[in-house]
Write a protein that binds this ligand. Structure first.
Ligand SMILES: CC(C)(COP(=O)(O)OP(=O)(O)OC[C@H]1O[C@@H](n2cnc3c(N)ncnc32)[C@H](O)[C@@H]1OP(=O)(O)O)[C@@H](O)C(=O)NCCC(=O)NCCS
Length: 166
């Protein structure tokens, strides 16, 4: 599976106003939540669905909850909780986009929205919120990569101004 590398130049970016959305969707950072078993399980389910549903994922396997917590959760999610952006619907976590910051550059990792909430602009809104935080932090560029067959994700990134890089 080919991966397409994309980059957003924030020195040339102004955010358009996000469209109005069902007020039952709530957007927040993982840092505003407790490190509780309930929340860890919600994050696990979300990440699992996104990884298994990503056309770029080859094996069809995903870590057990136990392995995810021991090897991934604290290292990749809790550590970057200020820049792990979530969406919930009536309290259930249904969307995620992740960002790691390195100096004045950042990398946008996994984005996922659960199947029943897709097509309502949640991933776009999560990424717009991420871009806003990057602009506030003075970050100059955001990189990401997407499987070449992932048309919805490529469409969202292009709409937000990401362009293909070598
Ligand atoms: C990719 C994903 C996050 C999108 O979430 P979403 O909340 O449905 O996204 P949005 O509603 O904000 O936007 C979807 C866009 O994709 C477009 N789209 C949907 N299906 C499409 C297709 N087959 N071809 C092209 N564009 C498509 C929609 O038209 C929409 O664009 P628009 O707003 O310009 O009309 C979601 O499908 C998902 O979780 N997929 C599985 C995990 C994954 O692949 N993640 C990406 C890896 S980083």
């Amino acid at each position: 599976m080919t991966s397409i590398h994309l980059s957003l130049d924030l020195t040339q970016t102004t955010l358009s106003t996000p469209p109005s959305m069902d007020p039952n969707y709530y957007f927040f950072a993982l840092s505003s939540e407790e490190d509780s078993e309930k929340n860890r399980k919600m994050l696990y389910e979300l990440v699992r669905e996104g990884v298994l549903d990503d056309p770029g994922h080859k094996s069809g396997d995903f870590e057990t909850y136990h392995d995810f917590i021991n090897n991934i959760y604290y290292k990749h999610y809790w550590k970057h909780r200020e820049t792990t952006f979530l969406a919930s619907h009536h309290g259930k976590w249904i969307g995620l986009t992740t960002l790691t910051v390195n100096g004045n550059k950042a990398h946008n990792g996994l984005t996922v929205v659960t199947k029943e909430h897709r097509g309502f602009g949640i991933a776009t809104a999560l990424k717009q919120k991420m871009i806003l935080v990057c602009l506030e932090k003075g970050i100059q560029s955001i990189s990401t990569h997407v499987a070449s067959t992932n048309d919805p994700m490529l469409s969202i990134n292009r709409k937000l101004g990401f362009i293909k890089t070598p």
